[in-house]
Design a protein around this ligand. Structure first.
Ligand code: HEM
Length: 346
């Protein structure tokens, strides 16, 4: 069986996450719940407080090189006497190296262009992704250095993020997510046969938010742009999201152009994604959300984003300044990144 790497100081396999009822990731699971069949699982993020995303680009990058670089991070921590038990490492492979093995594999497809993007060749796509998280702020940065050294490539871009229940726009974020085992099996883990069952596709986008303009809006207008109340995250339709609920004047309770409606799987005609957003602050001109989502099909993301591109009152305040999709690599019982046979370069 393959397992997710250590998260927040504990080594959590998908089984142990499910069995222990770890609330942050899988709130639907309760103590003592029967363990699932042994399904391999790549990283499912709990919420380490600090996270660095690093994207690498280079002709020599393939699954084996990424797995070796991940192993080298552990070795360097050991060599330098740092405790790696609080470090959570996840790695992914970009569309180019995946397609070089087989262009029919999930993960071989690139993200299309979307509106409100300010991307350069450096910040669009990438060949390898490292997500390094820990509650200690120093460990992820050290992991990125060790990984880059082992890969022998400097990152094309990196972004440090912080976890918080409310994002920089002031709203609760990450409320509506697939959480139960069934939901994750349906929408997050790749389940088709073909050697990649139990992996997932990550989309990582750095989304700059024009907070100056946003903060000038009255709270009621912000709430109509999001579709939820600001102070407690409650949907504007009441206790639950009800897209059909209308006000006496005939307008939808959750406004037609609100983010909650536009991104909703039913409205977007897409599957669900597991979102793990991190705030970031690169100074007053560049603050926003390091958006990370996991889904079993790239289409889940593209269909959702396309619908938002056609009108989303909240997203009008955002610009993507870095973006890529990655097939996440699984890890084994000991937390080592492994290379599924289908990704081995022939
Ligand atoms: C700066 C960018 C963004 C911000 C600040 C943001 C914020 C939010 C907030 C506050 C919610 C409501 C609370 C919750 O359910 O978590 C939400 C929901 C959601 N967002 Fe975003 N979001 C951003 C970008 C995106 C992007 C790029 C996507 C995908 C393409 C996305 C997909 C979703 C989905 C699927 C939901 C849940 C909808 C539902 O089922 O109710 N968001 N987002």
């Amino acid at each position: 069986m393959t397992e997710a790497p250590a998260l927040g100081g504990m080594r959590l396999s998908r089984r142990t996450v499910l069995a222990s009822g770890m609330s942050a990731v899988l709130a639907g699971c309760t103590e003592g719940e029967a363990e699932p069949e042994t399904v391999p699982g790549p990283p499912l993020y709990d919420r380490p407080r600090h996270l660095v995303a690093a994207v690498f680009r280079g002709g020599g990058i393939g699954a084996e090189a990424v797995a070796a670089a991940a192993a080298a991070v552990g070795e360097s921590f050991e060599r330098d006497g740092f405790d790696a038990s609080g470090l959570s490492l996840s790695t992914g492979l970009g569309p180019r190296p995946v397609a070089a093995v087989d262009d029919r594999l999930p993960g071989a497809e690139r993200l299309p262009e979307f509106t409100r993007e300010d991307l350069s060749p450096e910040t669009r796509d990438g060949d390898a992704l490292l997500l390094a998280g820990a509650d200690d702020a120093v460990l992820p940065a050290m992991a990125v250095s060790a990984f880059a050294e082992a890969l022998d490539v400097e990152p094309a871009w990196t972004q440090r993020g912080f976890s918080s229940p409310r994002n920089l726009m002031g709203f609760h974020d990450g409320t509506e997510n697939p959480e139960s085992r069934e939901e994750l099996d349906d929408d997050v883990w790749i389940s088709e046969p073909g050697g990649l069952a139990g992996t997932t596709i990550a989309v990582v986008r750095r989304l700059r938010i024009d907070l100056r303009r946003w903060n000038e809006l009255p709270v009621e207008e912000q709430e109509r742009a999001v579709g939820r109340r600001r102070h407690d995250g409650r949907p504007l339709s009441g206790a639950d999201i009800d897209l059909a609920a209308k006000r006496p004047d005939g307008e939808y309770e959750i406004p037609a152009l609100s983010h909650v409606r536009r991104s909703h799987p039913l409205a977007a005609g897409a599957g669900r994604m597991l979102r793990r957003g991190y705030g970031y602050d690169n100074g007053p001109e560049d603050r926003g959300l390091l958006f990370i989502s996991f889904q079993n099909s790239l289409r889940t993301f593209t269909a959702t984003q396309r619908r938002m591109d056609k009108g989303d009152a909240m997203m009008e305040y955002t610009t993507a300044t870095a973006s890529g999709s990655f097939l996440m690599l699984p890890t084994d019982d000991a937390g080592r990144t492994t290379v599924p046979a289908v990704l081995e370069r022939r």
